[in-house]
Design a protein around this ligand. Structure first.
Ligand code: SF4
Length: 190
């Protein structure tokens, strides 16, 4: 059997510090063993929540609540839970990059930045009753966190009641465009 070509051999963490964005979490800087510039537009295509800036170049993406900024030979991971969590995320990322490189001929690269729903657009379709059941002070605060992957739509309990059927349908489409996992919502899990 033909061996897989390894595109990215290693991701080496060289600096860890407390996360400014969220107390108790960590921020990690790492170096990539190989230049991944060529793969970035392919990642932009296959990772729903990725956003590519061709001019920098860099690519931002989320792994649940964690945010990753990739440059050709470096990356920053913020809001990792701890060292173990950071290493697991980076292992996942290395596999993702190598799998994407392996399938390159089947993927159409996407060089453009993706248009992401604006927080105010999200806010418009929330119940806007500021009930705080999601744990945030207001629907606007919830929308802002939702837009950057720091909140989950299912935390807005009123939205999943009969009173907000139409809004719920629109919100599921919007968070899908943000790259959230919506399988729970469409399978009737919420
Ligand atoms: S639970 Fe929903 S309706 Fe209530 S404050 Fe949060 S976002 Fe607004």
């Amino acid at each position: 059997m033909e061996a897989l070509t390894i595109y990215l051999r290693k991701i080496n963490i060289y600096h860890t510090s407390p996360c400014f964005a969220e107390a108790g979490k960590i921020r990690v800087k790492a170096r990539l063993s190989d230049d991944i510039s060529e793969i970035m537009p392919y990642l932009n295509r296959v990772v729903k929540n990725a956003n590519y800036n061709e001019h920098a170049p860099n690519l931002t993406m989320f792994k649940e609540f964690r945010m990753i900024t990739l440059e050709p030979e470096n990356l920053i991971l913020i809001k990792a839970l701890n060292d173990t969590d950071a290493r697991q995320v980076l292992d996942w990322l290395k596999d993702l990059i190598n799998e994407t490189a392996e399938r390159k001929t089947e993927i159409e690269p996407l060089y453009a930045s993706k248009k992401r729903p604006h927080p105010l657009q999200l806010y418009t379709w929330l119940p806007r009753i500021n009930c705080k059941q999601c744990g945030e002070k207001s629907c606007l605060a919830f929308a802002a966190l939702l837009s950057v992957g720091q909140q989950s739509l299912d935390r807005c309990l009123p939205l999943f009641t009969d009173d907000y059927q139409e809004q719920k349908t629109v919100m599921i489409d919007l968070v899908d465009a943000l790259g959230h996992d919506i399988s729970n919502y469409i399978d009737g899990g919420v």
